[in-house]
Design a protein around this ligand. Structure first.
Ligand SMILES: [Zn+2]
Length: 99
């Protein structure tokens, strides 16, 4: 298993955008559940927009729905995302760093 932890780069952003697109498409198709409230603070999606948070980008459909404030807190806590690049056909490396 090839695991790499890398600082945030252009290719990371591309891979993350791709995953986020996959999530959006799955929600549109009705195959992925989207919460109507923030799963951390409980604020309703009608009050604040929610985004999909990944604890593990190796599981693109394993997401939690968080408001921007809670999402920021989570990203600060988990500064890095470790990804098994052997699962990515194009050798994508995904990581997350928040300054
Ligand atoms: Zn929240």
């Amino acid at each position: 298993m090839a695991i790499m932890v890398m600082p945030l780069s252009e290719s990371d952003n591309r891979a993350r955008n791709k995953i986020n697109k996959m999530v959006q498409n799955a929600v549109k198709k009705g195959v992925l559940w989207k919460s109507t409230y923030c799963q951390d603070c409980g604020v309703f999606a009608t009050e604040k927009p929610l985004s999909a948070h990944h604890e593990d980008y190796n599981k693109p459909y394993s997401v939690e729905w968080l408001c921007n404030k809670c999402h920021g807190k989570r990203l600060r806590r988990s500064r890095r995302v470790i990804v098994d690049i052997s699962k990515w056909p194009n050798g994508h490396i995904i990581s997350d760093t928040v300054s």
